[in-house]
Design a protein around this ligand. Structure first.
Ligand SMILES: [Ca+2]
Ligand SMILES: [Ca+2]
Ligand SMILES: [Ca+2]
Length: 410
């Protein structure tokens, strides 16, 4: 049998078929290619070491002429950081950085230019960590880690961890307390505040200073504050720099208010500050729900936790500054139930006769700032402004992304 010689047509057909088969193979392999690609990007980001850079960080006003300040940014964590705090949790005289997502506690240390993992502690499935604070309240040279935990979304099962030489042990477990530490910068020592959750109300009446007594954090001094405040909404100190302590607090709609010692309103900001993504659900018609905005019925069952209000003498000149975050809601807070932030920054305010005025602010950062503290994160003896940024919240489109920023103050 004579073999037919290939003609031009059959050669072209052959190449068309080969091309089609090749394209099909590639397109079938495409999802794998994408995964490999995004894996590469992810691993690349994870392997990126912490970068330190000197850039113009503080946007100054007429009060100061700061032009540059040292900024450090951690790698991105594939999670939503909900809170952070600093303290020496293992008693080695160096500060650790402790931060939380919904169910995990991250303990890291920034030392000698590295942000290294010390421990990550996984919570249980039904855990919902809502705040973290670090301080040595029992005075043994090791700071405790106070985690407010809303288990199953309706019951507080807060706990306290302390390093026992081999592990972070729960020295308190399943406590019905919302915890908040007011830092020593304004009070001379750290103050642990607690407020209970009631059966039918999110915040039970009575906010107490909890003091270490016979192996327990026991309620001691009841805080004299107006009823509309909860354990997270206020701080107190010499904000007016006249030697008198005043209360500074977030109102329910996130204005900053100063009350004198008789509880009378001294000043309220003309603009909103704060803005948090952490909320509690209110299933009841309790007292606390009556105090909320009534113009949006859907907002009735969601209480957003206030952000921190730091009172601190940043420049060691005997004058107290107020450090506060300002997250910008993409919806302008019209839809109070649902919050989506587009950006945020932190402001340093100081009292000046008529009110609190801005001394400086950080750059505007995309996403939102979930928590912020002032402390020595890198163990060089100088305090920094340290904050967690949620660059992306988790959704069906992908995992959340967060990072930690430290910014020099002086
Ligand atoms: Ca330490
Ligand atoms: Ca301790
Ligand atoms: Ca430092």
């Amino acid at each position: 049998m004579k073999l037919k010689k290939p003609n031009a047509f059959s050669i072209i057909s052959f190449f068309i078929i080969i091309t089609l088969v090749f394209c099909k193979t590639v397109s079938a392999g495409n999802p794998i290619g994408e995964t490999a690609d995004s894996n590469y990007i992810l691993s690349n980001e994870l392997s990126t070491t912490d970068n330190k850079m000197n850039i113009s960080a503080l946007e100054s006003t007429a009060h100061t002429d700061k032009t540059s300040s040292s900024i450090w940014k951690s790698r991105k964590f594939k999670t939503q950081i909900k809170g952070l705090s600093l303290g020496d949790v293992d008693g080695d005289s160096r500060n650790e950085t402790v931060f939380i997502n919904r169910k995990k506690i991250f303990i890291y240390r920034y030392s000698s230019g590295r942000f290294e993992k010390i421990r990550e502690i996984q919570g249980k499935n039904y855990d919902n960590f809502i705040s973290v604070d670090v301080a040595d309240i029992n005075n043994n040279g090791k700071s405790e880690i106070f985690v407010t935990n809303l288990s199953g979304n309706d019951r507080l099962r807060s706990f306290v961890l302390e390093w026992n030489g081999t592990k972070f042990k729960k020295i308190v477990d399943k406590a019905n307390w919302y915890y908040r530490i007011l830092n020593e910068s304004s009070h001379g020592h750290n103050i642990l505040l607690g407020q209970k959750r009631g059966v039918n109300r999110i915040f039970f009446k009575g906010i107490y200073e909890l003091k270490w007594n016979k192996g327990k954090y026991a309620p001691a001094d009841r805080q004299i504050v107006p009823k509309w405040m909860n354990v997270y909404s206020f701080n107190y100190g010499d904000v007016l720099n006249n030697g008198q302590k005043v209360i500074i607090a977030f109102t329910h709609d996130d204005y900053v208010r100063i009350l004198d010692k008789d509880g009378q309103e001294e000043w309220t900001s003309s603009e909103r500050y704060g803005g948090s993504a952490t909320y509690l659900e209110d299933f009841s018609e309790s007292d606390s729900s009556k105090n909320k905005r009534t113009d949006d019925p859907k907002a009735m069952n969601r209480i957003y936790l206030p952000q921190r209000l730091h009172i601190v003498d940043l420049y060691k000149d005997g004058k107290k500054e107020v450090v506060v975050v300002r997250n910008v809601d993409a919806a302008g807070r019209v839809f109070a139930r649902l919050r989506t932030f587009k950006s945020g920054h932190i402001e340093c305010l100081i009292w000046d006769n008529f009110g609190l005025y801005q001394k400086w602010k950080t750059r505007e950062i995309s996403g939102h700032i979930s928590d912020y503290v002032i402390g020595d994160i890198d163990n060089d003896g100088q305090d920094e402004l340290v904050f967690s940024v949620v660059a992306k919240t988790g959704s069906v489109f992908g995992k959340a992304r967060s990072f930690i920023v430290s910014q020099g103050i002086n």
